[in-house]
Ligand binder design. Structure first.
Ligand SMILES: Cc1cc2nc3c(=O)[nH]c(=O)nc-3n(C[C@H](O)[C@H](O)[C@H](O)COP(=O)(O)O)c2cc1C
Length: 401
């Protein structure tokens, strides 16, 4: 799914050792369908040639503010067309110039004509980053609405380790996607659960299930992209949790830990989406030492875990509660049944035994079990989990007061 189809993105590049990583940012933005224009500073051009940026972006670079193209001024025109500007990497020097309003580079002139969202990914030596002059410039730019991604702690060009390393390329691209996403969930607080739980039998063995967590993570990400503040309470995931602005992971292991984290976090949320595959049963006791083969096959007594969805449905008044039903048969009836029994506004059913649906695959075919008063329930076509998340979040929008 291309999230930036046809959108104009300007990438300003400053003279930093990390300038070469701007190449991957350009590639990542183009992979999302963006029309990218790179504006390297004169010093950045000493690190990476414009030729490479032009080849990767497929468009000429903005190389200087002293440029006129057939009577038009490219950096001004681009400022009016761009949906977002990302400065990556931003040097200490460029931060200072942006804060002060300098216009002696194409990217700086462009920024003075630009009124949209600005994302800044700094890269520099720790001492430069921590210097009061730099921090004052950062504060000035933040106060004007700029979003900073990083710098992170890691190995630096000097061979030292500290804060100052450019953020991961994927995180910079994700910030651009977030900046250009609709904000129809602005200010909403959401709790999402995702992934499997793990019920320990002894210090080395456990009972779990095949959930990768991808569907829940995609729903959480979609909500964060659209402006919500999202806490994801998750068991061990098989997919990375994206660094989407507004998204926070709360790792847990067992069903009991998940229940505690959900009840602690659900008090002040507007929406709770329980997509995790929570164990229904857990061993009554956990053996303190590894169970020995020589003792013969153990008899494991299982006891029910807390029904998180049901408990939330009982306790919350104003919460929009959404459940997931992973079934292997009779999906529609079971999803409807679950919605009624658990007090949910919506249950998303899927057949985890069908090809291209459910656990461990990138696609899903989901059934929206709606309250009959709100309209007919329906199957969505088979979609990527990212596309299914968009459809689920669109559906959620209709459930908000
Ligand atoms: C090898 C090398 C690496 C550098 N890396 C950085 C850096 O990561 N961050 C930074 O702020 N300056 C760095 N500098 C210093 C900048 O290149 C210098 O301040 C320059 O004036 C920045 O120009 P610009 O901000 O116009 O692009 C580096 C210099 C050299 C020679």
């Amino acid at each position: 799914m291309q999230r930036l189809q046809g959108m104009h993105v300007v990438v300003g590049v400053a003279g930093s050792i990390a300038a070469y990583r701007a190449c991957d940012v350009v590639r990542g933005l183009r992979a999302q369908g963006a029309l990218v224009r790179v504006a390297p500073t004169k010093n950045a051009q000493a690190f990476v040639t414009p030729l490479l940026f032009e080849a990767l972006s497929g468009r000429p670079c903005l190389l200087t503010s002293l440029d006129v193209d057939q009577g038009r001024i490219p950096h001004v025109e681009e400022a009016y067309q761009a949906g977002v500007v990302v400065v990556c990497p931003a040097s200490a020097d460029v931060l200072a110039k942006m804060a002060a309003g300098f216009a002696d580079e194409a990217i700086l002139s462009l920024l003075l004509s630009f009124r949209g969202p600005l994302i800044i990914a700094p890269a520099m030596e720790t001492q430069m980053w921590e210097h009061p002059a730099t921090q004052t410039n950062v504060a000035t730019l933040r106060a004007r609405g700029a979003v900073f991604i990083g710098p992170v702690v890691g190995p630096l060009a000097s061979g030292r380790t500290g804060q100052g390393r450019l953020a991961e390329v994927d995180d910079v691209v994700e910030a651009v996607v977030a900046a250009l996403s609709p904000k129809d969930f602005n200010g909403k607080r959401v709790l999402v659960t995702a992934g499997p739980t793990v019920e320990d039998l002894d210090p080395v063995r456990s009972l779990t299930n095949r959930s990768s967590g991808k569907m829940g993570v995609m729903v959480a990400r979609e909500l964060a992209l659209r402006g919500a503040l999202v806490d994801v309470v998750h068991g061990p995931l098989k997919v990375p949790l994206p660094n989407t602005p507004g998204l926070r992971g709360i790792p847990v292991r067992s069903a009991q830990e998940m229940a505690e984290a959900v009840f602690a976090g659900a008090a002040d949320v507007d929406i709770a989406i329980l997509a995790a595959a929570v164990a229904d049963f857990t061993p009554r006791t956990v053996a303190p030492q590894k169970i020995k083969k020589s003792s013969g096959p153990p008899v494991v007594e299982l006891v029910p875990t807390t029904d998180i969805l049901f408990t939330l449905g009982q306790s919350q008044r104003s919460l929009v509660l959404v459940g997931f039903a992973a079934e292997t048969e009779d999906v529609e009836r079971r999803a409807h049944d679950k919605r009624e029994r658990k007090g949910c506004a919506l249950v998303i059913g899927n057949d985890v035994s069908a090809a291209g649906s459910g656990f461990d695959v990138d696609t899903n075919r989901v059934f929206l079990a709606r309250d009959p008063l709100r309209g007919a329930s329906m199957w969505l076509p088979q979609l990527s989990k990212e596309e299914a998340a968009v459809a689920i979040v669109d559906e959620l929008r209709t459930l908000l007061p």
